[in-house]
Design a binder for this molecule. Structure first.
Ligand code: ZN
Length: 146
């Protein structure tokens, strides 16, 4: 997979200030403040805000109550990288987009069984894309011709 590399100025041009702070400067949005922490039941995929790569599927999203969107697993293990993060005197695993190195959030081991993992991700690092609704209009038109 080819890496996407942009200068800070180029990232700033395509991201909001908050998105830039979180994805490019390893920031964290306030709990319960983002767009996706709330369980919605919406079916679709969560893409990297920076490069558009599919990172998580709605099927793996769960309500952790922590105030950030939480997932049990990535859509594909190769889409994310895990780095050791020793900042703030804590030992954590940072999760980044493998394609553009965007900071996504952290990985914890208090997720639901049987996997036991919780990918705790900033909403600002994600862009949700709902599954396309099936169009029934063609069939309906056929019935109307009766
Ligand atoms: Zn990315």
């Amino acid at each position: 997979m080819s890496k996407i590399r942009k200068t800070d100025a180029e990232w700033r041009a395509v991201l909001t200030q908050e998105e830039y702070r979180i994805t490019r400067e390893k920031g964290t949005e306030r709990a319960f403040s983002g767009a996706y922490w709330r369980p919605s039941g919406a079916q679709g995929s969560y893409h990297c805000r920076c490069c558009g790569e599919i990172l998580f599927d709605s099927d793996s999203k769960f309500d952790s109550g922590c105030g950030w969107p939480s997932f049990t697993q990535p859509a594909d293990g190769s889409r994310i990288e895990e780095h050791q993060d020793l900042s703030y005197g804590m030992q954590r695993v940072e999760v980044v987009c493998s394609r553009c190195d965007a900071h996504l959030g952290h990985l914890f081991t208090d997720g639901p069984e049987p996997i036991g993992l919780r990918y705790c991700i900033n909403s600002a690092s994600l862009q949700f894309a709902g599954k396309a609704e099936r169009r029934h209009s063609d069939q309906e038109d056929e019935h109307k011709s009766d």
